[in-house]
Design a protein around this ligand. Structure first.
Ligand SMILES: [Zn+2]
Ligand SMILES: [Zn+2]
Length: 248
């Protein structure tokens, strides 16, 4: 299973990060469709894209408007959108609205509420869970193949409700927008801060942690100062755009 991290920034793009988008090219699976979604078309190996969305904030859906040309030129032949009803309604009402983007691509829509978990795609089983501490909520995903698994958890505070869901995964990709000195802002906005994410990775016994949804104001090599915190959870790193990860 090869995982491409196409967008690892939160809120808005900056010079080094676009907003949320992950891709499994072989399986045609995409997680979130932020501004990094423009990078999907040229990586397509399976022309039926299956797009799983976390929630309808712009930094996770804006890229759905970039699909018209790849569909017209045949790079992408079919798109299935997996999301909850709240997200689908927001996309129909606010993203593909007459004054803002009048043409909605011909999506096949699958409501997660109607799915028997897990959803099977190619050699992957996709599990999902509701994350409740971000405004409007979000969806967490766990993708499992026979040999390995990874979890994608974005736009949530660490609230203890999904520790079991991510337990023992090979790779946890978890949002971390704030450093510890902004803990009050994390609580106000329903995002995570560094120490609570490191402690979660340790408590859930995950093998590796990659922090994503990074504050776009932080543009240095080590935006979360992770090297100083190795005593909590040593196998942690910051996700970077265009990182490619080989999972067994
Ligand atoms: Zn976000
Ligand atoms: Zn959000």
């Amino acid at each position: 299973m090869q995982l491409h991290l196409l967008g690892t920034g939160g809120y808005h793009p900056n010079e080094i990060r676009h907003t949320a988008c992950l891709m499994l090219p072989e399986q045609g699976i995409v997680l979130d469709a932020g501004t990094a979604f423009f990078r999907v078309a040229k990586r397509v190996k399976n022309k039926h894209l299956k797009i799983f969305l976390t929630h309808p904030h712009w930094d996770h859906i804006a890229g759905l408007t970039y699909l018209i040309v790849p569909m017209l030129n045949g790079q992408i032949e079919k798109i299935t959108l997996y999301a909850n009803r709240y997200t689908i309604n927001a996309i129909k009402t606010h993203l593909f609205a007459e004054p803002t983007f009048p043409h909605m691509p011909d999506f096949e829509i699958v409501l997660l509420e109607d799915c028997k978990s897990p959803i099977q795609i190619e050699n992957c089983n996709i599990h999902w869970t509701n994350l409740k501490s971000h405004p409007g909520g979000s969806i967490g995903y766990r993708i499992e193949s026979v040999q390995s698994s990874f979890c994608y958890i974005s736009d949530t505070a660490v609230d203890g409700s999904y520790t079991e869901f991510i337990q023992g995964t090979d790779l946890l990709i978890h949002e971390c927008y704030f450093l510890d000195d902004m803990q009050d802002w994390a609580e106000k906005t329903g995002h995570s801060y560094k120490t609570e994410v490191l402690e979660l990775a340790r408590d859930a016994d995950v093998k590796k942690l990659l922090m994503t949804h990074i504050d776009p104001e932080q543009t240095g090599d080590d935006p979360l100062c992770l090297k100083k915190e190795s005593h909590i959870f040593p196998n942690a790193d910051t996700a970077r755009d265009l990182m490619v990860i080989d999972l067994p």
